[in-house]
Structures are given as structure tokens and as C-alpha cells.
Design a protein around this ligand. Structure first.
Ligand code: ZN
Length: 398
């Protein structure tokens, strides 16, 4: 419209005014839609019945304020508003439809949020913001976790066993224990596989491997088995001519040197490998002194001793001369060994409080070589017996 346009006829002016008011009605409806987006207060019913102030434009008295004199005839007053009313109603219905669409969209969003929050609950990772967000929309109740579709997972695939790994089995056959453990994924992975029973190709009875477990329930087979790679450890004071398997002998040399370097003092040893025949004599001597029961608490019967594996050693503290086995527990050497022996592949095999599992009273002097990888897993896992480490039955007696 330009300033030169002629003035509208009265009816046209009224229609323009009605359109303007209808537009205003739509503008009013939009904040309503915004409010309902966050409250969900029965949108359908409420939208069909607009608030009284929205119906204001229908009131003729309101139109009179915009109409110039003279007043229209009664018919004109009746017909004019009626025609404009149709347009107004049409627009209002359009507005209601728009509000409805917004409400439906908001419902969809709210349901999605509720489902999402329920899903988090179902996975045990409830998000603190989830339930709060659902409450704020006051819409449909949150879908309970048990009502959500739970994805059906196929049966968990069997854990991979190192026995299917050609690298692992080749290392086993070659008696290369370090390479086998590496192929299994390290000491902890090897331990897990064996302890869980998924690695039947690994025998804990086989004394040719550093993971052999010997106790009062697990004798050697054959009972007089002996290793074929016995050597004397270099640089270690030996009180008896008692050798060890080469891997254990090298590790003992390293351990003794490290203890000395750390200021813990010299470590010597009394006895390492003992043959089946030697163990018979040892055990018989103990029985002669204290009887069978006492002998069994302190000494193994022939065929059941870790010393026969060539992987065990009884250490003593030394200065100018060496002390006894009983002296190690209270010595600086004994303290260092408790903390650091695992770093060199050894464990203190018989510790306090485990006699019902290991079968022996604590022996602070008796170290057992299981290799650095397994010793670390043993230490890191906080194990106190090899039986627990490999999930084997306790062996309190024969
Ligand atoms: Zn011993």
C-alpha cells in the first residue's frame, strides 16, 4: 500500500484488521507451542480451546474501535464479522495444526530421551542427567529398563586358547618356556589360560618346564626324574656342591649380585638340586629325629620335593661366614629377597598362613624359580601359593 491509494472500503478495512488479528493469534499460539514443548500438558485438548484473550478479536466491540462512522447496518455488522470469522477460524485451525505438529515432534524427542536414559540404566551406566531430563518434560513415564529390547548376543566366543597358536605349541615342544609365555601374551595371560583350563596342552606336571607344580599331591613321573642341565651357579657361595638347572642358576647369580649391589648383603645357599636318592636320605633323617608328622611339615618325601626339579634353592645370609636357614627371615638379605626375588624369576614358595594349601610351614629360605614372566604375574596378582596361582587344589598332606 502506498500513500496514494484510496482509502479502503469499510468492509475491506475490517477484513484487513481481521487478518492482522489472525496473524496475531498465530503469533500468540507459537509461545504456547514453545511452552508445551517442555511441559506436555495434554496438548490436543488445550489447543482446541484457545484462551479467552485469543478469542478477543472475534468480539465486535473490538472491531468497532477500528471502524469509522457511520456504523454499518445490522446485516452488514452481522455478515462482515461472520466472513472474517471464517478466515480467522481457518487461520486458527492452521495455527492449531502447527502447534499439534510441534507437540508431536516434542513427544517423539521426549520418548527418545526416555528410551535413551533407560538404555543407559540397562547397561549399568546410569547417567545422573538422564532421569532428570525425563522428569523435566513430564511426558510419558521413562521406559523401564526391563521393558527395553535387550540385544540378544550370540554365545560369547570361547576364549582363544594358546594351544591353537602354532608359535606357542612350537615353543612348548622346543622347551623354550620364555617364548611360549610370550606367544601366550605374557605371564598373566599364560597363567589365566592355564588356570581357567583352556590350555590343556600345558602340563603343570611336566618337570621339564619352569611352571611345574610339585606338592604332596603331585609327585614326579617318573618318581625319580632328574634334570639333565644341572650347573653350579657362577659367583654364588655354595655351602654344598649342589647344582641347579641352567636357567635357574643364571637367575640366582643375577639375584645374588643385585642384592649385594643394593646393600642387602651377601646371599649364599645351602642346598639346591637334590636327587630322589638324596631326598630319601634327607627325609629319613628327619623322621629319625622327630617322627613322620614333624618330618612331613618340614621335609618332602622322596619324589615330592621341589628340590628334585633343580628349580629350588635354600638360601642363607653370609658375611665373613654364612648363617643358617633360620637366620634368613630376620636378615637384611631375607627382607630384600621378600621384596625383590620376583624380579629375577623367583618366589618365596612357602609363606606364613598357607600351610593348609602348600603343605609346609613357612620357609623364608626356600626360593623357587618359575621364570621372570610368571614371577611378575605371581607378584602382581598378590598370590601366596603356586596352587592358588594355577587354580589347583590345596595339598595339605599326602
Ligand atoms: Zn627348600
Amino acid at each position: 500500500m502506498t500513500p496514494s491509494d484510496p482509502p479502503f472500503p469499510t468492509r475491506r478495512a475490517a477484513r484487513e484488521e481481521a487478518e492482522r488479528r489472525a496473524t496475531a493469534a498465530i503469533a500468540i499460539a507459537r509461545p504456547e507451542a514453545g511452552r508445551r514443548r517442555s511441559t506436555f500438558e495434554e496438548p490436543g485438548l488445550d489447543a482446541e480451546e484457545p484462551p479467552r484473550d485469543e478469542r478477543g478479536p472475534e468480539v465486535p466491540a473490538d472491531e468497532r474501535g477500528t471502524e469509522p462512522a457511520p456504523l454499518p447496518s445490522r446485516r452488514a455488522r452481522r455478515e462482515g464479522p461472520r466472513t472474517d470469522l471464517r478466515a480467522l477460524v481457518l487461520r486458527r485451525r492452521l495455527a492449531v495444526a502447527a502447534v499439534g505438529a510441534v507437540v508431536i515432534a516434542a513427544c517423539a524427542i521426549a520418548v527418545g530421551a526416555a528410551a535413551s536414559a533407560g538404555g543407559q540404566d540397562a547397561t549399568g551406566q546410569a547417567n545422573a542427567a538422564g532421569p532428570e531430563a525425563v522428569a523435566s518434560v513430564q511426558g510419558p513415564p521413562a521406559v523401564p529398563a526391563e521393558g527395553l529390547p535387550v540385544p540378544t548376543l550370540a554365545a560369547a566366543p570361547a576364549a582363544a586358547t594358546p594351544c591353537d597358536n602354532p608359535t606357542f605349541t612350537a615353543a612348548l615342544a622346543a622347551k623354550d618356556d620364555g617364548a611360549a609365555i610370550a606367544a601366550a601374551g605374557g605371564g598373566a595371560a599364560f597363567r589365566d589360560a592355564v588356570a581357567s583350563g583352556i590350555a590343556p596342552c600345558v602340563s603343570l606336571n611336566d618337570p621339564t618346564h619352569q611352571w611345574v607344580v610339585v606338592n604332596k599331591q603331585r609327585p614326579y613321573d617318573p618318581v625319580d626324574w632328574r634334570p639333565d642341565d644341572l650347573v653350579m651357579p657362577d659367583g654364588v657361595r655354595a655351602l654344598e656342591q649342589s647344582a641347579m638347572r641352567s636357567s635357574a642358576a643364571k637367575a640366582l647369580t643375577t639375584l645374588v649380585r643385585a642384592a649385594d649391589d643394593a646393600g642387602a648383603g651377601e646371599i649364599g645357599y645351602l642346598s639346591a638340586f637334590r636327587s630322589y636318592a638324596t631326598q630319601q636320605e634327607t627325609y629319613a633323617g628327619r623322621v629319625a629325629v622327630g617322627g613322620v608328622a614333624a618330618a612331613d611339615r618340614e621335609s618332602a618325601r622322596a619324589g615330592f620335593s621341589e628340590h628334585q626339579s633343580g628349580l629350588a634353592v635354600d638360601i642363607v645370609p653370609c658375611r665373613s661366614s654364612c648363617g643358617s636357614l633360620d637366620d634368613i627371615a630376620g636378615s637384611s638379605q631375607g627382607a630384600w629377597v621378600r621384596d625383590h626375588a620376583w624380579e629375577y624369576g623367583f618366589i618365596v614358595r612357602y609363606v606364613n598362613g598357607q600351610e593348609s594349601v602348600s603343605g609346609y610351614e613357612p620357609e623364608a629360605w626356600h626360593l623357587r624359580y618359575i621364570g621372570p614372566e610368571l614371577a611378575q604375574a605371581y607378584h602382581d596378582g598378590g598370590y601366596e601359593t603356586l596352587e592358588a596361582f594355577f587354580n589347583l587344589p590345596a595339598a595339605p598332606g599326602y
